[in-house]
Design a protein around this ligand. Structure first.
Ligand code: GLV
Ligand code: MG
Length: 326
């Protein structure tokens, strides 16, 4: 280990992160009855400008009056470049701050963006006697945000998670796509011709670098990396594939922009029974290796060593968190 110890943020299950527009009271009521680990009540891009004030009022009422037991509650404020943002923070936190776990900052661009929100939150919490510190989740969804992702991740002790906002990221980087997440048939490689002159075309994942970079910044600062939206909510298999490749890279969860995606995310970001069993076998084999004075042994014809213990512990710990919640 480095002499620098990475401190983990507040532990929370974050397999699914459901987006609910604050302008729709029926959706707010339905989300309260749902099964998402984290719900973010949206004041930003799912709310039209002339509905912003009403959405704020709806969200304050929803936080105070609906039963959100078992869920982590977040509010996505408007961007810090808009005149809505300060009142989003002041009104929501003053009037419902004790019901709120997190504030989500969209289009985080620099560490100073986080500093500014931290400053406001600190004042409101002190003035209102809110004893539970509100955490922060940042959407990395601009070229500027990605350029500064390490500094953003380290900007405040309130920080809990980084989210890959694929739609705005595509717009900001001027990527040639109009879909929200998902693969792109135009991003791929053409193989060399084989003996018969046949060539294959393999699709790649155009978001790979961006997500990987965000995962590293998040983990190096003890935060949760979360994959963002997948717009085609009628394509469950497509969602599952996107979620699984994010999980494989280290993401802890994925957004659900439709209620049908919540349970898909909860399942995909829970270690399967087979994974937990295999992780336990690795721990058992390494415990035996320890008793035998060995650092590395063979299990099922493959080398495992002390790093394998850490990999296995990640899965076992996650499974225990999920079981604890159940
Ligand atoms: C989320 O906000 C996104 O832009 O993808
Ligand atoms: Mg966005």
């Amino acid at each position: 280990m480095s002499f620098t110890i990475v401190e983990e943020c507040t532990a929370r299950l974050n397999r699914s992160e459901q987006a609910v527009p604050g302008s729709n009271t029926r959706f707010l009521e339905k989300a309260a009855q749902g099964t998402a680990d984290v719900v973010f009540l949206d004041l930003e891009d799912a709310v039209a400008p002339d509905q912003k004030e009403q959405a704020r009022k709806n969200i304050i009422a929803a936080l105070n009056d609906l039963d959100w037991t078992g869920k982590t509650m977040s509010v996505r404020i408007n961007g810090l470049d808009t005149h809505y943002a300060y009142r989003d923070i002041v009104d929501v936190v003053e009037q419902a701050g004790d019901k709120l776990d997190l504030i989500m900052i969209p289009k985080a661009g620099t560490a100073s963006d986080i500093y500014a929100v931290d400053m406001l939150l600190t004042q409101i919490e002190a003035a209102k006697g809110i004893s539970r510190r509100i955490g922060l989740e940042m959407i990395i969804e601009t070229a500027l945000g990605m350029q500064n992702v390490e500094a953003i991740a380290a900007a405040s002790p309130r920080n809990e998670s980084l989210h890959f906002g694929v739609a705005d990221y595509a717009a900001s980087t001027k990527a040639r796509t109009t879909s929200i997440g998902g693969p792109n048939e135009r991003y791929g490689v053409l193989t060399h011709p084989d003996a018969d002159g046949k060539r294959d075309y393999h699709w790649g994942d155009m978001w790979h670098y961006a997500i990987s970079r965000m995962v590293v910044a998040a983990r190096a600062n003890g935060l949760r990396p979360i994959d963002g939206p997948f717009g085609d909510f009628s394509d469950a298999a497509g969602y599952e594939a996107q979620a699984m490749r994010a999980a494989v890279l280290g993401c802890e969860g994925k957004w659900a922009i439709h209620p049908s995606q919540v349970d898909l995310a909860n399942t995909l970001f829970s270690p399967s029974e087979a994974e937990v069993t295999q992780a336990q076998r690795i721990l058992d084999a390494m415990a035996q290796a320890d008793r035998d004075g060995l650092g590395a042994v063979t299990l099922d014809g493959r080398l495992i060593d002390i790093a394998s213990i850490k990999q296995a512990q990640v899965l076992i710990k996650k499974a225990a968190e999920i079981a604890g919640r159940g």
